[in-house]
Design a protein around this ligand. Structure first.
Ligand SMILES: NC(=O)c1ccc[n+]([C@@H]2O[C@H](COP(=O)([O-])OP(=O)(O)OC[C@H]3O[C@@H](n4cnc5c(N)ncnc54)[C@H](OP(=O)(O)O)[C@@H]3O)[C@@H](O)[C@H]2O)c1
Length: 308
């Protein structure tokens, strides 16, 4: 299916970094109506210039809150009327600070924001997906213990004792605060992959594609906002200087454009269950992300949390 006529695309994480660039690229397309979920809707103002109001809608959404996800999903349903959603891009993400933080529901904040809220959102929009729809999670190479680049940035891969421990943020109690924060992030991204591949497996034969996106290393975004001053300066000011000489690094603009292509041009990713990088090639994957026992454990725990 091509979405040439008119595409209704729902996206999270479109107010800064590579998601903002993806959204810019999407609203430039005449045939796209974009619905954005944003914690602070005014942060989407940068997108509005020159875009007819009937092609961009912004509703409040905090992906770390299941109540907020529910309200957002209802608003999307009301707005879309009988139109079906051609793509759902779940790009919102955060890297927490040194302290373990739990949501009101007792869920570790990074996992709640990056994974659980999106799982609930996809579930609540599922019956409104068009034939051939794309459901895409933004993941990260930090999930992979063998990834050399993210090791240089202080990651050591995901830690998955079991899904319940991930939900509570109990990964490696001997880790120092900075390491623990990176562990929580990497693990939340593994969970995004486990969920994507589980859904692809469970919906084989259905006309819907579950995909994951690895944006590459994209300094200059606001992802480091909760880190200490020197890490933040490194991420926002120094590492961007290295982008032209390091092939694994890319810019928010380039990575965002690839994300937009995945969402708006379904022919780019013809099969469900793929994990694509910012060049739209197969991304390197930690084989454990395909572990069905881990996937099922995660699905069960998420189902318990989202249905309670
Ligand atoms: N930059 C990289 O190198 C890199 C590498 C791998 C993966 N990623 C992933 O790429 C995605 C985009 O990251 P980025 O680097 O562009 O970072 P960013 O500039 O910090 O953008 C993050 C986006 O997520 C939104 N967000 C965060 N928490 C949210 C919440 N609770 N509810 C709703 N929206 C929320 C932010 O909204 P606000 O405007 O309200 O803050 C923002 O739009 C994330 O999923 C990140 O994990 C990034």
């Amino acid at each position: 299916m091509t979405h040439d006529k008119s595409s209704l695309i729902v996206m999270t994480g479109a107010t800064s970094g590579l998601g903002l660039e993806a959204a810019r690229s999407l609203v430039e397309r005449q045939n796209v109506h974009l619905i954005i979920g944003a914690r602070a809707p005014e942060r989407a103002d940068a997108l509005r210039t020159g875009v007819p109001t009937d092609r961009l809608t912004v509703f409040r959404l905090d992906t770390s809150s299941l109540a907020s996800v529910h309200t957002f999903a209802n608003a999307v349903h009301e707005k879309r009327g009988s139109r079906l959603i051609s793509a759902l891009g779940m790009n919102a993400g955060m890297l927490g600070g040194d302290r373990l933080q739990l949501t009101e529901a007792g869920v570790e904040q990074t996992f709640a924001t990056n994974c659980l809220g999106h799982v609930a959102l996809a579930d609540q929009l599922r019956n409104a997906l068009a034939p051939g729809a794309i459901v895409l999670m933004t993941a990260s190479q930090s999930h992979n213990p063998a990834d050399r680049l993210t090791k240089l940035l202080g990651y050591r891969g995901a830690i998955f004792p079991n899904a319940e421990s991930v939900v509570r943020g109990k990964l490696d109690e001997s880790a120092g605060p900075a390491q623990a924060s990176r562990d929580r992030y990497a693990t939340s991204k593994l969970c995004c992959l486990l969920w994507t591949f589980a859904m692809a497996r469970l919906t084989q034969g259905e006309d819907i594609r579950f995909l994951a996106y690895d944006p590459g290393a994209v300094p200059a975004t606001q992802l480091a906002r909760n880190l200490d001053f020197s890490s933040r300066i490194g991420w926002e000011r120094l590492l961007p200087l290295a982008v032209p000489v390091l092939s694994s690094f890319t810019t928010p603009q380039a990575s965002g454009r690839s994300l937009a292509r995945l969402l708006a041009n379904p022919e780019v990713a013809p099969q469900t269950g793929q994990y694509l990088d910012h060049r739209l090639q197969a991304a390197t994957l930690w084989p454990k992300a395909r572990c069905t026992a881990w996937q099922n454990d995660l699905l069960n725990v998420c189902a318990g949390l989202t249905k309670s």
